[in-house]
Design a protein around this ligand. Sequence first.
Ligand code: NOJ
Length: 742
Amino acid sequence: MKKILITAVLLTCFLGFSQQKSIDQKVNALLKQMTLEEKIGQLNQYTGDNQATGPITINPNKEAEIKAGLIGSMLNVLGTKYTRQYQELAMQSRLKIPLLFGQDVIHGYKTTFPLPLAEAASWDLEAMELSARIAATEASASGIHWTFAPMVDISRDPRWGRVMEGAGEDTYLGSKIAYARVKGFQGNHLGDINSVMACVKHFAAYGAAVGGRDYNSVDMSDRMLWETYLPPFKSALDAGAATFMNSFNDLNGIPATGNKYLQRDILKGKWNFQGFVVSDWGSIGEMINHGYAKDGKEAALSAITAGSDMDMESNAYRNNLAQLVKEKKVSMALIDDAVKRILRKKFELGLFDDPYKYCNPEREQAALNNPEHRKAARDIAAKSIVLLKNDKGVLPLSKETKTIAFIGPLVKEHKQNMGFWSVELPEVNYDKEIVSQWEGLQNKVENSTKLLYAKGCEIEGDNKDGFAEAIAVANQADVVILSIGERRDMSGEAKSRSSLRLPGVQEDLIKAIQATGKPIVVLINAGRPLIFNWTADNVPAIVYTWWLGTEAGNAIADVLFGDYNPSGKLPMSFPREEGQIPVYYNHFITGRPAPNETATNYVSAYTDLKNSPKFPFGYGLSYTTFTYSDLKLSKNKIKSNETIEVSVTITNSGKVAGEEVVQLYLRDKVGSVVRPIIELKDFQKIKLNAGEAKTIKFSINKEKLSFYNAALEWVAEPGDFDLMIGSSSSDIRLKTAFELEN
Ligand code: NOJ
């Protein structure tokens, strides 16, 4: 058996190697036939004229350039009809090099999945991989070869609107999710008909924009970069990510797009990345705005030298590279390297064998109308929901409740549930496609249940005219559900906010309804952690629903009525006030820690606020309870080549089945550089029936104990470690210690 396995592995390696070799030969042969202009053409990416709404040849220049082989890739062209039309133009070019179609398929294609940040709250890696797999299946059937996802930027700042697109604040969780998403998008093999290339972005440190203002500068120590911000990128690369995108920000004064240290030294050097790097939209040209390049020519020189292979929409390569080569400022070898990286991917995708491989309308129809995709969307949507508060057992609601009032500006919305980065296909009627929260409730309750509705107010503005009707409706109900939050375009690219309060008069509406004395449940729809202190302190039940996509209404109803027992845990800390941002769980302890957060003089605390967040990283409730017991270590002293087996028993001590995310944290007590007070190092999501107990195991090895020392070496230093197992970063249930020996 072992022999067969070894032979199979060797055979796969050999086949992979020989396939790569033959692709390299084909790439080299093609390269020899290419003129300089054609080579530069491959480095050039344009946007479609009009997304999927056609006609596609509004711009005669673009048409002519494609026919002349001067464009390598397009973005924002959707659907087999239009991708085929573009590809037909490319097939009229001298060398018939197929176009590559890229698209922001961030959380689903036709089936919209929860926002990436919401999915991260599920801590369910398999479900996230599946959601990316389905997105890839739909997008590839619709002519797309390449998604600009996953975004793996760590962010500790909810003012930054793009937190909705990432996996939150933690490096360990973020790295696991990055891996799962790349696997999901790319499937088993790039040439498979339902695989798309992943594009890991934004390289690098984009999530640390000063003040949470999008596109802003980043100033960061190398150690922070390596320890906190780079690991999810490395993890995505280990999963086989085909491409990377660089970022808009400068890092310590050098724009990422022109940053040789990031792209050449780290990515293509130390990490040996063989795929290609695309710039972010216009980011090569934007180096002029940064004051880093005098003109497009200098910008192109800087970007290509630093390792940016493809120019998205700034025309800097198209307009300047040939001249730079003639002036011998850019070597042909540099151009060839970038072109080869791109051509290799086109070969791997099988586009040279059949440029219309992804242009089959029947396949497209089948993939875009697959009920299994909706089922998966409902499942992960329910898993992404976080139950923040449930006092007095308000939830789950009974399906036999006589009268339910559903109030708020988001109750009857359809498209709002799709969130910011969803794809909108012109032929789809989203009012029919998306299950609104109102429809979800209707689908769930018995016919005998009376449902009442009032809008109450708009999301923004100060008009309270609708309050009276909302109060009247609430007064007739046995229970009130309020659906409030952000508009879906309030969290996303260029959506930084300095105030994270519930917009408009929504919190006043909650207060007015609470005054009726009825039991109320608040649903908060948002793309980022918001601040809602009055609600958190006064309302008995709060459910954070983020934006959940196509099946939002059904998934929310599943949770409200207990058909799905909520299991989501926050992937980001929720601040009490904007003034404490950045607030994150794995901070340093400082020389003057504040015990019990009391702001006595001369400790590291605010005089007017606790240090801790309102809701911590890893937090989320369930309709059942879990007890933790019997934490055991196989040893409490290890050498660096040894492993500790950790076991812990979790018991569902409540009355219904449920899932728990068991979180393992470590603290390195003394280091040659200061170590975080607590760091997530492993987790398991387990399902237990009422009364059931399970013993789960983790293992601790040198890798888990290592960090970057002052000289940026990855080391595990001998000494004492605390090991903590908990239900959130601030709900540690069991604690022990061990030693790493010299
Ligand atoms: C700019 C965004 O920063 C990037 O994430 C996205 O992929 C591109 N635009 C393309 O739409």
